[in-house]
Design a protein. Structure first.
Length: 227
C-alpha cells in the first residue's frame, strides 16, 4: 500500500462549517470558535459539534444559515496564502502536495495529495494532477490535461514528467508513465507508455511522430513573463 492511500485511510473525516445565527445567544461549544457582531453571531467548528446545539436550541434564532464547502473530507486543502507560488482563483491544492515557489496553478486546476510541481511549471486551467504525480521544472501542463494518480485505482508508480516538457490541452497521461525531458505531448493524446526525451507524440494511443526540432521548439516556447 502506498503512503498516500495509507494517509487517506488514517485521516479523520472533517466537516468544517460556519453557522450564522441571529440574534446573539449564549454558546459554549468545545472545539468551536464564536464571533459576535452587533446583533448576530458566527460559530465556526465541526458540524458534528454544532448540529446537536442547533437541534436543541434552534428556536432561539430568527435567522440560522449554515455554510459548508465539504463533507467528511479526509484531507484539508492547502490555503493559497501558505504558498509562494502564483495560485489563481478556483485552484484546488490538497494537503501534502508540494508546489515550488515560482510555479503557477491556474483557475480550476486540481493538484491531488502527494503531487510535486517543479519550479517554473504552469498547471493550466482545469488540469488535474493526480495523487503522487511528479512534475519537473519549466513544464506546461495544458488546460484540461489529466495526469493519472496512484490512489484509485491503486498504482505503485506515479506519473513522472521530467523537466521542460509540454503536455497539450486535454491530453491524458496514464498511471506509471514517464514523460522524458524536453518532450512534447500533443493536445488530446492518450499516453499509455513512456515517452523518451526530446520526442514528439500525439494520438490515441499516443505514437511517436518525430524528434523535437527548432521549428517545434519555437512553437512550444514558454513565456517567462506569465510565471
Amino acid at each position: 500500500m502506498n503512503k498516500h492511500i495509507q494517509n487517506l485511510q488514517n485521516a479523520v473525516p472533517s466537516t468544517p462549517v460556519k453557522v450564522y445565527v441571529k440574534p446573539i445567544s449564549s454558546v459554549d461549544l468545545p472545539g468551536c470558535v464564536t464571533f459576535r457582531g452587533v446583533d448576530f453571531m458566527i460559530i465556526c467548528g465541526q458540524w458534528e459539534d454544532i448540529a446537536p446545539f442547533l437541534e436543541a436550541h434552534g428556536d432561539r434564532f430568527t435567522v440560522c444559515m449554515v455554510e459548508a464547502d465539504r463533507r467528511n473530507s479526509r484531507l484539508p486543502l492547502i490555503p493559497p496564502e501558505k504558498l509562494n507560488a502564483r495560485v489563481e482563483p478556483g485552484a484546488v491544492i490538497r494537503q501534502s502536495a508540494q508546489i515550488a515557489d515560482d510555479a503557477v496553478i491556474m483557475m480550476g486546476a486540481v493538484v491531488n495529495i502527494g503531487a510535486v510541481i517543479g519550479s517554473g511549471t504552469m498547471v493550466d486551467m482545469g488540469a488535474v494532477i493526480g495523487g503522487g504525480a511528479q512534475i519537473g521544472k519549466n513544464c506546461h501542463i495544458g488546460a484540461n490535461a489529466v495526469l493519472a494518480g496512484m490512489i484509485e485505482p491503486a498504482c505503485m508508480q506515479p506519473v513522472v514528467v521530467e523537466e521542460d516538457v509540454l503536455i497539450g490541452a486535454g491530453a491524458v497521461i496514464l498511471e506509471g508513465v514517464c514523460i522524458g525531458r524536453n518532450a512534447v505531448v500533443g493536445a488530446g493524446a492518450i499516453v499509455t507508455a513512456d515517452v523518451p526525451a526530446n520526442a514528439v507524440v500525439a494520438g490515441n494511443p499516443a505514437r511517436f511522430l518525430k524528434w523535437k526540432d527548432e521549428k517545434t521548439a519555437d512553437k512550444v516556447t514558454l513565456t517567462d513573463g506569465l510565471r
